[in-house]
Design a protein around this ligand. Structure first.
Ligand code: BDR
Ligand code: CA
Length: 311
């Protein structure tokens, strides 16, 4: 199996991604690291532990704690995910484990198996940027970063042109985009093509399974908040697509592009910018997915959740 670290800010779609990855025999999730984003750093940390405890996967990953952001976050997404990030279920952890800071755990796990560990970035890029600045040699040792975020079409989901994960910490996103790590970007252009209607609820794992119990409480909340906040009858499961990309990269045709992040624009902070000029002579050092095989990706998510329910 491929070794991965999942860096996330749970978040309902983060929880879905964890349920998929933790039971997938093709992946070995060596660590799950929390980052502030959808919710605060404290909440993200306890949510990661609560989800992993509820799912109780066959192989327990190490857990990393989110440190507070350097700059107070300007945004969260509690209107979509619930005040606690997880559908207001009030999930408690048995006892908050003593954990390493996420950025340290990232450094340790990557150094323990140089070149073999990829990182699925499902939240703001704060932890990855910190890990790279703490240990610059790390960039050569990370297998691949699969970054869920940004928007090539430049239509955002939190401001007119910025996507949430990038907008929440643009300085870190810029540092990561500019680092020499091998990167794949899964932007909104892909994730908003894969939509789920209410019949997803019937395809979830059964109530008696651990994954079923959790997902059957989380997902109805997402349908309600998407309807309330955006007037939509279907939902996106953005972060789940990053897990699909890790297992089935062939479902995401990519283009090599040079990408950067606007950090200070009055209207454009957090926007991802790609140089697509015909006379551009630089190097396109980021694989950017502009399309996704919608049917196959949908099927992959549903099957993967069903598999989580069989364990
Ligand atoms: C991203 O924003 C968050 O709310 C989701 O968890 C996802 O990671 C999509 O823009
Ligand atoms: Ca997320």
């Amino acid at each position: 199996p491929r070794k991965v670290i999942i860096d996330c800010d749970p978040g309902i779609d983060d929880a879905v991604a964890l349920a998929m990855a933790l039971f997938d025999p093709r992946l070995e999730v060596v660590a799950v690291t929390a980052v502030a984003g959808n919710v605060s750093s404290e909440r993200a940390t306890s949510n990661v532990q609560a989800i992993v405890e509820r799912l109780d996967p066959p192989r327990y990953p190490r857990l990393g704690a989110a440190s507070p952001a350097d700059v107070a976050p300007v945004v969260d997404a509690r209107h979509l995910h619930g005040d606690d990030g997880l559908a207001n279920l009030g999930l408690q952890v048995s006892k908050l484990a003593r954990q390493h800071p996420s950025e340290k755990l990232i450094c340790d796990e990557v150094r323990a198996a140089p070149g073999e560990v990829s990182i699925l970035c499902l939240g703001p890029l704060t932890n990855v940027a910190r890990a790279l600045s703490r240990d610059p040699g790390l960039s050569e040792m990370i297998g691949r970063l699969i970054i869920l975020g940004g928007s090539v079409k430049a239509v955002g989901n939190v401001t007119p042109c910025a996507e949430f994960n990038i907008y929440a910490d643009p300085a870190s996103a810029r540092a990561v985009f500019r680092s020499p790590v091998t990167k794949t970007l899964i932007p909104l252009d892909c994730t908003e093509q894969v939509t789920f209607t209410l019949d997803l609820l019937e395809q979830l794992p059964p109530e008696h399974s651990r994954a079923g119990q959790l997902l059957r409480k989380l997902l109805p909340y997402a349908f309600r908040s998407y309807r309330r906040e955006m007037g939509l009858e279907s939902i996106f499961l953005h972060d789940a697509l990053a897990v699909v990309a890790a297992v089935h990269p062939e479902l995401f045709p990519t283009v090599d592009m040079a990408g950067d992040v606007e950090t200070i624009g009055e209207l454009t902070a957090g926007m991802t910018v790609f140089d697509r000029r015909s006379n551009f002579r630089g190097r396109g050092d980021m694989e950017v997915a502009l399309e996704v095989d919608i049917a196959a990706a949908t099927d992959c998510i549903v099957r993967s959740l069903a598999e989580a329910g069989r364990q």
